[in-house]
Design a protein around this ligand. Structure first.
Ligand code: SF4
Length: 257
């Protein structure tokens, strides 16, 4: 027990004993307890406050312990899903990949970014969003006062399509169960779909990005914000103002959850 905890426990005990002493003396008929009504009330209030503080501390400790267990559970679950994907040969991208890119980040993230598929750098390193587009994504995350380690980052496809071509419907259908398992495990309240492939796949639509972005869509229990892919921003800096608007909306929502 820490020094502060021991001191409050001792204080609570002294207050309890003092109150019990006076209660006992009163029942024995002692008339002349030289204590004013105010002092008696103050003593009772002090005991009550000490009880409430002790209870609050206990609840906070229990909540922290529960959070810790949940966090470890999700991390283990993600590790299991990752093990399930490793060596996957469900589509022909298995033959051309260097590394499978599962995704990475905080298992307890309140915000998950979902991109399209690994690029050359990601394929090389086995990590999501580590190339130029990834560096831009880091800046976007930091612009809304978050750190990369606080969010989770992954893609619709776990393997790189050769030459970064757009994923086919068949590849997406083969790979989606992995992403769905990841999202189910993390259960984030906010998802940001980066680019057309992620937005179209997750929202089951073919509407253009300029009609999808700028507002949240329901995705199960989560709110999903579609926005332009960082790689599209590198090609077309005019999109920056739209992405900025979208991530500011995410930031506002993030502060509420
Ligand atoms: S892209 Fe997905 S489904 Fe295809 S081999 Fe890679 S992990 Fe398996």
């Amino acid at each position: 027990m820490k020094h502060d905890d021991r001191a409050s426990a001792e204080l609570l005990e002294v207050l309890e004993l003092t109150r019990e002493f006076f209660e006992r003396e009163k029942t024995r008929g002692l008339q002349n307890i030289s204590m004013s009504h105010e002092t008696w009330t103050a003593l009772e209030t002090a005991v009550e406050k000490a009880h409430v503080a002790a209870q609050q501390k206990h609840t906070t400790q229990k909540d922290a312990a529960r959070k810790d267990i949940v966090s470890k559970d999700v991390a283990l679950l993600l590790r299991d899903i990752s093990a399930l994907t490793s060596g996957c040969e469900k589509c022909h991208l298995a033959q051309t990949r260097t590394n499978l890119v599962f995704g990475q980040g905080n298992p307890n993230a309140k915000l998950v970014f979902v991109g399209e598929a690994p690029g050359a750098d990601e394929d090389e390193q086995g990590l999501a969003f580590v190339g130029k587009a990834g560096q831009l994504l880091t800046k976007i995350i930091e612009a809304i006062k978050l750190k990369r380690e606080e969010v989770y980052i992954c893609n619709i496809l776990k393997c790189r399509p050769p030459g970064n071509r757009t994923p086919t419907t068949e590849e997406i259908a083969c790979c989606m169960p992995y992403l769905m398992k990841q999202l189910e495990a993390i259960n984030p309240p906010i998802i940001c779909a980066l680019g057309n492939v992620a937005a179209h796949t997750l929202l089951n639509t073919t509407a253009p990005m300029n009609r999808l972005r700028g507002r949240f869509h329901k995705f199960g229990q989560a709110l999903l914000m579609p926005t332009y892919h960082p790689a599209a921003l590198l090609r077309n800096p005019d999109y920056k103002k739209f992405v900025w608007e979208d991530v500011q909306m995410i930031q506002k929502e993030y502060e509420k959850v």
